[in-house]
Ligand binder design. Structure first.
Ligand SMILES: Nc1ncnc2c1ncn2[C@@H]1O[C@H](COP(=O)(O)OP(=O)(O)O)[C@@H](O)[C@H]1O
Ligand SMILES: CC(=O)N[C@@H](CCC(=O)OP(=O)(O)O)C(=O)O
Length: 258
């Protein structure tokens, strides 16, 4: 089986022109099948505020009303996705931009209302791998934004970390899949202010304690939930850290194991 790297890049890198250009240049050099998943929550928040559309987040997830869905569609599937694809082409990496509606690749269902109504937020039901397999085997890199669809014409907002883990899980029957979450910090930190405090390994047991002690909060919560979801479903390797970890295995980062 070939190894597939599913690499997610976070909002703070995307929002920094220089950091994004460096990331894309490095990403383009990775050999073998690869998928890039990008967030962009920070830019969506900035634009929503400029347009006086209220921004509401709960545990790292965006509550998405109809106006917010319009914004995120323009920002994630439009501006960010197309710019990343163009920059990859400039670095000789042939890429195609995807939302989950394209090629019917990621089908989701609107999250049912429990204590909170998340609006147009989708939970992934199915990943269709056929189109992706053809592209990956022809050296073309799919670039995914954080949007899925429900097969009834409705686009839905799905956390980019979830898109990455579901793609890695979905493709694990065809490839030996590895999942990398690249963000602006060195990994999951014992003290979020101290870059030297990287926790090198987190398992189900230690995750519980880290949560109880409030060492992990906000966006790191859904990220780690997605990591464990992936390690429990046949994804061979799951890592969190700076993108340097992709090129130099001695760079400190966090590895997630069962
Ligand atoms: N223990 C921790 N170590 C590192 N970051 C943490 C930790 N707990 C919470 N965080 C927060 O999680 C954020 C990363 O989540 P998020 O912003 O969703 O990531 P991304 O940049 O991939 O979109 C960090 O910027 C940091 O503020
Ligand atoms: C449902 C939900 O929360 N969707 C996310 C999708 C974007 C994302 O995940 O962006 P980052 O990776 O940059 O945080 C949002 O709209 O913020």
């Amino acid at each position: 089986m070939k190894t597939l790297k599913v690499i997610k890049v976070g909002g703070n890198i995307i929002d920094n022109e220089e950091a994004l250009a460096t990331f894309i240049k490095d990403f383009a050099t990775i050999s073998g099948p690869k998928i890039l998943v990008h967030g962009g929550g920070k830019l969506a928040t900035k634009l929503a505020k400029q347009m006086n559309i209220p921004v509401q987040m709960n545990e790292g997830r965006r509550i998405t009303d109809a106006d917010t869905l319009d914004i995120i569609t323009m920002v994630y599937a439009g501006k960010i996705n197309k710019n990343i694809v163009a920059q990859l082409q400039a670095n000789n990496c042939n890429a195609i931009g995807f939302s989950g509606a394209d090629g019917n690749t990621i089908i989701s269902e609107k999250r049912p209302i429990k204590t909170i109504d998340y609006g147009f937020v989708g939970d992934v039901k199915k990943v269709n791998t056929n189109a992706l397999e053809v592209l990956l085997n022809n050296n073309i890199t799919p670039v995914f934004c954080a949007i899925t669809h429900d097969e009834n014409g409705q686009l839905l907002n799905t956390n980019a970390d979830t898109i990455a883990s579901e793609l890695a899980i979905g493709l694990s029957s065809i490839f030996n899949t590895e999942l990398y979450y690249c963000f602006e910090k060195n990994g999951v930190l014992e003290d979020v202010e101290n870059e030297d405090s990287v926790i090198e390994n987190i398992n189900t047991e230690s995750y519980k304690a880290l949560k109880e002690n409030n060492i992990i909060f906000e966006g790191m919560l859904p990220k780690l939930d997605n990591c464990f979801h992936a390690t429990n479903q046949n994804v061979q390797k799951v890592c969190i850290g700076k993108s340097d970890m992709l090129f130099n295995t001695t760079i400190k980062h966090t590895t997630i194991t069962q």
